[in-house]
Write a protein that binds this ligand. Sequence first.
Ligand code: NAG
Ligand code: NAG
Length: 368
Amino acid sequence: MTSLKLSGFLALSIYVCTALAAKQGKACTGTISSMDDVSSAVECTTVNINSFTVPAGETFLLELADSTTVNVQGDVSFGNKTWAGPLFQVKGDSVTFNGNGHTFNGNGPFYWDGQGGNGGVTKPAPMMKIEISGTYTNVKVLNSPARVYSVSNPATLVMSQLTIDDSLGDQPNSKSDGKAAGHNTDGFDVSTTDLTIEDSTIMNQDDCLAINKGSNIVFQRNTCSGGHGISIGSISSDAVVSGVVISGNTITNNDQALRIKTKASATDASVSNVTYSGNTGTGLRQFGVLIDQSYPDTLGTPGTGVQVSGINFVGSTTTLSVDSDAQRVAVNCGEGACTGTWDWSALKVSGGEAGDITNFDGIQGFTQ
Ligand SMILES: *[C@@H]1O[C@H](CO)[C@@H](O)[C@H](O)[C@H]1NC(C)=O
Ligand SMILES: *[C@@H]1O[C@H](CO)[C@@H](O)[C@H](O)[C@H]1NC(C)=O
């Protein structure tokens, strides 16, 4: 009886310790040159990745010990198979992930059919699932099948000097019916807190960044080309976004530069405290700035279930230039859903025509 109790207690305390304590690694270097090497390599606090091809239909999953340093030392390619993915997934606390400029090749042309996640073949998405804290730098992603990064960091994470090159997807192929073959190739899908993404280049066919919920998110000094711009949303029921800084980014040849989109059907949600400064946009095809509560429609009947407040253009001027048939700024609020005063004194938009500002008169320091 006593010994049973004791062993039960021991088992429980081991369980509690394992659950609470850090995942301790060994002071060794593990090298990965194939999937067979992964399980032993991740016991070490230095993990080197050589060039290899991940077999089709498998996730290259790294469950790292605390404070592991990862060095990518060769290009990684992923086999071709129509399945849900992800292709790569990394988990761990206080990780230093050095891509050293190497490429993760998703072989997008195998999947691309102009339909992304809306139809056609099943595409691995996201391609890259990032669940670490620490730093993640200098990784190149080439030709993602569909969405690229999904980020849910357990604590503060800085992602920097990344390249996403899906530019080949701008071209039609034999399956895309004359449309761009790449579709839904979102750069970063983010539902998280304490995340910075900086000094990165994103060439794609959908949102450069999409923030679905979360707080303390910084997106700075990035270059976005070809896609749908820097987005907050689409916001669903119960989602809260607050404390977002979008600064010093360059947005070229996108549908719009800066957008907040909330679902017309969403309830009990909010977007607040968003600061835009020092962004530059050119070749904007539809809008300079679009704030629209009628998603999935564009400038349709807006919903009233998402409170939007504290959307400011301050600090360095954000300068946008839109195409001749585009709208400079359009704001489509549900009645009573956009509130407070918004300081837009550091926004300049040229070209095109003025859009409508509907159901809101709190914008100050800006006329179009
Ligand atoms: C996978 O698809 C890509 C893109 O279509 C192609 O270049 C590559 O050769 C394919 N790989 C294999 C192993 O078939
Ligand atoms: C607004 O967001 C910024 C950046 O995340 C943060 O520093 C600031 O405290 C927030 N302000 C309020 C009133 O929440």
